[in-house]
Design a protein around this ligand. Sequence first.
Ligand SMILES: [Zn+2]
Length: 229
Amino acid sequence: MPRDLVRRGLPSGLVARVVVTDSRDGDLAPQADSAALEIRQAGVAPAPWTWLRQVHGAGVVEVRWPGDRHGATADAAVTNRVGCTLSVTVADCAPVAILADGGGLAVVHAGWRGILGGVIESAMDLLSDVTVGPFRAVIGPCINACCYAFGVDDLERVVAHLGDGAGGKTRTGHPALDLPAAVIATLRGVGVVESEVDGTCTSCDDDYWSYRSTGTRERHAMAAWLEPA
Ligand SMILES: [Zn+2]
């Protein structure tokens, strides 16, 4: 069953919904068979969805009606309209939702390349264009430091950009990227006042797909939308 991460009345009067799926909800990767995919999507959140061709970049799209911009090449989406289901699909990267008190939300596919490329900044720029804050975020299941051994050179680049908090250790003591910490540091840098972390590690927990563990092409999803109060 899809799991509610957020069901929150915003000061604007709208209700923000954020759900995440796991492997028991089926593969939600956009390359899956489209009829079956649409049925699975509709079981999770109002259809049609805006799904993205994610490329670990910093592209962001504004969604103005349900299904608008579906299939766009981007790693984040923003809306201030009721009933538009935004989504990202992941298998270790962090799915992030940013909620605006003014009545809007964004979803972001945040891996380390996208973070360094500025995807969170791009999403916040566009979200700030369509609504007002304060802004609060929730970070869904993703790979945690326990399982995210990292090359020393790449880790130095990330830490130089995001601070020492992004560096961690695996369970066996190898240098690791702390992806949730990296996301939180970036969100704080763009003025997000509060970040909740789900905390589930997609590599430790067998209910989630993990690209890093198995090389899978299957993906779980974060979906987010606005409802009337
Ligand atoms: Zn782990």
